[in-house]
Design a protein around this ligand. Sequence first.
Ligand code: PMT
Length: 223
Amino acid sequence: AQSRELEGKKVLVTAGGTMERLDPVRYLTNDSSGKMGFALAEAAANRGADVTLIAARTTAAPVAGVNTVHVESAEEMLEAVLERYESADLVIKAAAVADYRPVVKASTKIKKGNEKLVLELERTTDILQTLGERKKHQFLVGFAAETEQLAHYAMDKLRRKNCDLIVGNDVSQAGAGFNVDTNIVQIFGEEGLVESLPVLSKREVADRLLTQIVQRMKAAPGA
Ligand code: PMT
């Protein structure tokens, strides 16, 4: 039987790819399926946690016993996460959040013309960084999707975004990353590499990650 070691803990998980609208029928997004985040939500619920899943665009099947909140854009995800941040014990940010969004969101369908169309993009708010800046008692876990120098960029994100753990995801490897059922990750903490996992189902990755998280939450002061 699964141990209920997260009983009484409030866990916030983000999943999926945000959609940044150009007009009522067009948008910018990415290849995230939401599977990694949904697997994490399910694994945390199985350990007894009170889980809220903030889901952007996803093809993953709904998880029973998890409160799922659907959002579209990075801005909506930011709001949904901040609303629940104060009362959360653990936050895991598996979502692929857009770094840029169109400056103008047309209220009617953009008409085709004969000239080139130039899209102007502006930065979105970095949700994980915002959470890192406002962190109090929360245990904060980020992901780092990279195609080169995984350890270097993962450690940089851990420090800059004030995370307790970062899950480094080399998305250039077959069987890892976006829109597949398996993943290959390395878990980093303040001290450097914590654990390097082989190719595993996303559900298995979720469990191995939660085992690390639970150990560290127990060791943390005030836990
Ligand atoms: O959804 P799947 O198909 O199962 O795929 C899983 C995954 C590849 C999406 C997942 O394992 C993963 O790596 N998620 C993070 C993707 C990502 O956007 O990484 P990043 O390195 O660009 O961002 C670093 C961290 O900052 C992430 O925790 C991200 O959620 C967060 N971020 C990024 C930008 C932004 N504006 N706000 C954020 O909070």
